[in-house]
Ligand binder design. Structure first.
Ligand SMILES: NC(=O)c1ccc[n+]([C@@H]2O[C@H](COP(=O)([O-])OP(=O)(O)OC[C@H]3O[C@@H](n4cnc5c(N)ncnc54)[C@H](O)[C@@H]3O)[C@@H](O)[C@H]2O)c1
Length: 310
């Protein structure tokens, strides 16, 4: 297939794009490289990879590259509640306006596989058990826009929505703000964290298993078309305290304390069912413990202290 990946140089994209190329697909990435990340440099040799430096809000540019592709994977976004709150207008223009405009450019036969988020299941309730039919309560600007985009996505034919759990693992465009990555980083660097809402449970998934879900759908599209799937590790519906305990089992010096200092903007406290995608053959390869070990091995490579001499 020929596949357009917007935001393909991001945390998920820079793991996904090499896998798509490895599976024999031709890939066009449109990315504005807003983090100055050289995350796809090792793949520029590949004639099946085209890289377009540009903004997805430039519809003429997007239309030019979208017209010849079989499938689109829209990853370009301002990602996460804090980043969206810093500039809500920018977030809306990228995450909603430009993404919906992209859907409108496409023909019916063109496939769209899109990551959305499971943060909208948040209610703060205890034992909030969620599957794809559960009500959504988006609270943060980020989650509200993701829910609105998913509604528009599913109005078109030939779409799949993957409601991703909190992603973890190493990527050439690293994200240290994601919960598992952040806690392991702080366990290595500071040896402690202070957590809030420590009993709140979330679901997690390794970045390579996210890519695995997309590849599975591409090769079995009739099983996926028109559907919404949760994508998470069924073995990892755990609380922040449980996550800290898992990290401490590999970094014994790690200390964690709880304090009521703030609250989660999306009140993420839930147990997510991933049965629907598992029934289609999805079988994650990377447990939380494997991911923690990977982060312990690789995170020191990302610690570049520019403004301190320690
Ligand atoms: N990582 C997670 O835990 C997670 C969970 C659920 C959903 N998602 C979704 O997956 C997608 C990718 O997330 P990520 O974790 O890789 O984040 P990321 O911030 O690493 O990647 C976003 C990419 O988009 C690019 N970009 C941003 N604005 C752009 C613009 N206007 N034009 C062109 N490129 C632009 C950035 O340069 C970056 O490469 C997002 O839609 C995100 O909402 C991620």
């Amino acid at each position: 297939m020929k596949i357009l990946v917007t935001g393909g140089a991001g945390y998920i994209g820079s793991v996904m794009v090499p896998e798509l190329l490895g599976a024999g697909h031709k890939v066009i990435v449109i990315d504005n490289f807003m983090y100055r990340q050289p995350s796809l440099a090792a793949h520029c040799w590949n004639p099946n990879l085209e890289i377009v430096f540009g903004d997805i809000r430039n519809l003429e540019l997007v239309a030019r590259h979208a017209k010849s592709v079989d499938a689109v994977i829209p990853l370009a976004a301002i990602v996460g509640a804090p980043a969206c709150d810093r500039d809500p207008k920018l977030a809306t223009s990228v995450n909603f306006d430009a993404t919906v405009a992209l859907f409108e450019l496409l023909g019916k036969e063109q496939l769209v596989l899109m990551p959305t988020t499971n943060s909208a299941y948040g209610s703060g309730d205890q034992d909030n058990y969620c599957d794809e039919t559960s009500p959504l309560h988006p609270l943060s600007h980020y989650a509200v826009e993701k829910v609105r985009v998913e509604e528009r996505l599913m109005e078109r034919e030939n779409s799949v929505s993957f409601r991703l759990a909190t992603v973890f693992g190493l990527s050439p465009r690293m994200r240290l703000d994601l919960l598992v990555n952040n806690f392991v980083w702080r366990a290595l660097k500071d040896r402690f964290v202070v957590i809030f809402e420590g009993h709140y449970r979330r679901n997690y998934i390794h970045v390579r298993d996210v890519v695995g879900a997309f590849l599975l759908a591409l090769s079995n599209i009739d099983d996926f078309r028109g559907e919404i799937f949760n994508v998470g590790l069924s073995s990892a519906n755990i609380s922040k305290i449980g996550l800290c305990e898992a990290i401490a089992s590999q970094i014994p010096e790690f200390v964690f304390l709880e304090a009521q200092m703030k609250s989660d903007p999306d009140q993420r406290n839930y147990i997510v069912s991933n049965v629907k995608i598992e029934a289609k053959g999805f079988s994650p390869k990377f447990s939380l413990d494997i991911g923690i070990a990977e982060l312990i091995k690789g995170l020191p490579m990302f610690d570049v202290p520019q403004f301190a001499n320690f």
